[in-house]
Design a binder for this molecule. Sequence first.
Ligand SMILES: [Fe+2]
Length: 331
Amino acid sequence: MFTLKKTPGKPFLVLNLSDPQLGDGEWAEGHKNRRILEHTVRTLVDRVKPDLITVSGDLSWAGSDHAYDMLADFLDSFEIPWAPVWGNHDNQNGPEYIDTVADRYLTHKYCLYEKGDPSIGNGNYVIAVEEDGKIVSAILMIDSHDRAPYTDADGNEQISWARLTEPQMEWYRDQIAALREMGCDDTSIIMHIPFYAYNTAAQAAYKNYDETARKTWTPETAIPGADCWNPGYEDALGVQYEGIGSYGIDDGVFEIVRDLGSTKYVIVGHDHVNNWIINYEGVKLVFSLKAGAGCYWTPVLNGGTVLKIGSVGVDGVHHEFVDVSALVAEA
Ligand SMILES: [Fe+2]
């Protein structure tokens, strides 16, 4: 576990970046996607002045050694602690590849990363935030793997995005118990792939979910206003421009998180053009803004997501949008 110090009287700010996902070639000097990513991150760091930068997965594409190293050097240049979790594209060549990236990341001065128990993934670890000797909040960084099999309702074997495994949820329970023993009962999860309950949360929160969220919205046609939420979800915000890329059937993860009662915020990436924040049964489920143009994106949802930790735990999450229209328009 890492412990970072919070200054009394000031919030501790976590800037989450998601899915930067540039390939080796896009890190070439002057490449437009490199300029967009660097401008986005520099703008966010200048504006937010974070105490910690997290990266919620898909840092590049497995095999892209140069891209992983360029991103790490770039993040280290801010001289602010930064902490990654891996996404499906990081894991797509198997655990051995990303383990070699982790070895190199661990040589970076400001990189926080623990490999953890390899039997439950690459890099499940905890970052605690301490004020005056007391842990006021902790972030559980969780590896959400790549893909996994499941059996659909008709009994057919299918493959979908992965789920957190049962041993991993045991690890989660153990971390919550250990933090409680240290007097901390306020936690957040940062990971890449949304767990299944992101589907049920969206269905509960959006009016006419099937007719609207998944079918007709595009960045060009509609940004739903406040009246798109069902009663009880009026404080939700954001958009869903693509289907939720979770495990194919209910993974039971949300119920464990909700019932343990420690984790109040979950931040994921993976779905590059979703950015909603929904308070679902007492847990704020968040899609982070995506940083930069890597892979697919929409400039409308470019930026980062900020978690604000106060003296008694997390007291808010919000998106910080970064306008890159001028860079996008350049040749
Ligand atoms: Fe992803």
